[in-house]
Design a protein around this ligand. Structure first.
Ligand code: AMP
Length: 175
C-alpha cells in the first residue's frame, strides 16, 4: 500500500456492532473531514480514468454520492444518482435485491442514461456486492455499459466480487 493510502486507511474508524450486532462498520467520516485525505481519496478513484472514455459517473445512495459527485466534477462529466425507493421524482426503473438482513430497492431515472453510454459506478464500500450488482443491472437495463465499479474500501472476506463477475472492479483499500 502506498503512503497516501496508508494515511487514508489510518483515518478509517472501525465501529463495532453498527448498525447491527456483529457488523464492523467502516466509518469514513474522519477521512471526509480531512481536506487532504478527502482529496487523496477522490483522486485515487478518478485518476485512473479519462473524460473521453466515460459519459457518466453514477453514485449509489447515500455515501456513494460523496465520492461519485467529486469524481464527476474532477473528470468534468455528468453525474447520475441511483437512489433508494421513492426518492427520485421522475419516471424510474427499479430493482429489488436481498441484503444480509432484509431487502432493498434501488431506482434510476429512465432517462438518466442512453444506450451505449459508458458509465463509472462509484460507492464508498464493497461488502457482499448486492448493492453494486443491483446498480450495475440498472445501468445495463438502460443499454449502457459499466466501464468499472470503483470503491474506496473492499471487505474482501465478504467476497463481493463473486456477485460482480462480469465487471471490472477497482478498490483502493482492501480489508
Ligand atoms: P453490499 O450490498 O453488501 O455490498 O453493501 C454495500 C453497501 O452497504 C455500501 O453502500 C456500503 O456503504 C454499506 N456497507 C455495507 N457494509 C458496510 C460496513 N461494514 N461498513 C460501512 N458500510 C457498509
Amino acid at each position: 500500500m502506498n503512503a497516501s493510502l496508508e494515511r487514508i486507511s489510518s483515518e478509517i474508524r472501525d465501529i463495532q456492532d453498527f448498525p447491527k450486532q456483529g457488523i464492523v462498520f467502516k466509518d469514513i467520516t474522519p477521512v471526509l473531514a480531512n481536506g487532504q485525505l478527502f482529496r487523496l481519496a477522490v483522486n485515487t478513484l478518478s485518476d485512473r480514468h479519462h473524460a473521453h472514455n466515460l459519459d457518466r459517473v453514477l453514485g449509489i445512495d447515500a455515501r456513494g454520492f460523496i465520492f461519485a459527485g467529486a469524481v464527476a466534477y474532477k473528470l468534468g462529466i455528468g453525474f447520475v444518482p441511483v437512489r433508494k425507493k421513492g426518492k427520485l421524482p421522475y419516471k424510474t426503473n427499479s430493482i429489488t435485491y436481498d441484503l444480509e438482513y432484509g431487502r432493498e430497492t434501488l431506482e434510476i431515472h429512465q432517462d438518466a442514461l442512453r444506450p451505449g453510454h459508458k458509465v463509472l459506478i462509484v460507492d464508498d464500500l464493497l461488502a457482499t456486492g448486492g448493492t453494486a450488482a443491483a446498480a450495475a443491472e440498472l445501468v445495463t437495463k438502460l443499454g449502457a455499459e459499466v466501464v468499472e465499479l470503483a470503491f474506496l474500501i473492499e471487505l474482501e472476506f465478504l467476497n463481493g466480487r463473486r456477485n460482480l463477475r462480469n465487471y471490472k472492479i477497482f478498490s483502493a483499500l482492501k480489508y
